[in-house]
Design a protein around this ligand. Structure first.
Ligand code: PXL
Length: 282
């Protein structure tokens, strides 16, 4: 029997809110990949729509945890970062450098903004700091707002064409990212999709646009994408699977459930799709 891959996710634990680590742990696990978690902070709930929250910064624990892993020879086949704060970027880069198994992959979701705006709590100079993390990424997964901010531009959310997407993707490669997975792309009001680029070719995947706007869908997407790539799917196939899981999660979420998506109800779909895809690869 082969040894399962081990991925380390580094992002906050929002105790309530179905985002970050509480989404990554079940979804990466459902992909058949071991998911270790380094919480960057603990919040009572996420900052997107709740009126208030508590926030405990865990930056100062990071170097001790890293030292312990080095002492024990613990390493990871992949790293997946999400919502993190500026002081954590240096310690995260150190962990990625020193606790990497040979060939370890880096998935960076620069979770900091959506719908044209930074999340509460991030200042205007944060995107430039996040760009440091993106520079070493094997896969960077911004939405359109995050991509613009990483490039020091005003977000453009509608009225653009393929040239704009190509130029944005080129800019993200210019930061140093090997593969770019740009989410929230739309050329047709009825369709919403993803642009996937390895720096040589750019491909698109589109799904029907769903009416509901939902928190945490970026985290669902990135978690499934990272897990699926670790299971051997191509970036385009992983992206298509992640988008299908996001759509199924949104469709399974009642309107009264405003703070996240009911991704739990899409777990059977994920397991069956990935099991089949990976069995077919041998
Ligand atoms: O889903 C992104 C996210 C993650 N973590 C925290 C957040 C948000 C979005 O608002 O507030 C704490």
């Amino acid at each position: 029997m082969d040894t399962p891959k081990r991925l380390l996710t580094i992002q906050d634990v929002s105790c309530v809110g179905q985002c970050s680590a509480t989404v990554a742990l079940p979804l990466v696990s459902a992909c058949g990949v071991e998911c270790a978690a380094l919480p960057s902070a603990v919040l009572s709930n996420h900052t997107g729509g709740f009126k208030s929250w508590t926030f405990r910064d865990l930056t100062e624990d990071m170097s001790g945890i890293e030292a312990e892993w080095l002492k024990q020879g613990i390493s990871f086949d992949a790293f997946y970062t999400g919502y993190v704060c500026e002081p954590q970027i240096g310690p995260i880069l150190s962990i990625m450098d020193r606790c990497a198994a040979p060939g370890a992959l880096r998935f960076v979701d620069p979770a900091m903004a959506d719908n044209g705006r930074l999340y509460a709590g991030f200042g205007p100079d944060f995107p430039a700091k996040m760009a440091r993390l993106c520079a070493g990424a094997d896969y960077v997964l911004p939405n359109l707002t995050e991509a613009a901010l990483l490039l020091g531009r005003e977000p453009v959310l509608e009225g653009y064409g393929e040239k704009f997407v190509e130029e944005t993707v080129r800019g993200l490669h210019g930061l140093g990212a090997k593969n770019v997975v740009l989410t929230g792309v739309s050329f047709d009001p009825g369709l919403l999709g993803t642009a996937v680029s390895d720096g040589k070719s750019l491909q698109y995947d589109f799904n029907k646009r769903l009416a509901a706007m939902s928190h945490g869908t970026g985290d669902v997407f990135a978690s499934v994408f990272a897990g699926a790539v670790m299971r051997g799917l191509s970036a385009l196939d992983a992206s298509a699977l992640a988008a299908d899981v996001v759509c199924a999660s949104i469709e399974a979420t009642p309107p009264s459930h405003w703070y996240g998506v009911c991704f739990e109800r899409a777990l059977p779909l994920l397991v069956s799709r990935l099991g089949g895809a990976c069995a077919a690869q041998g």
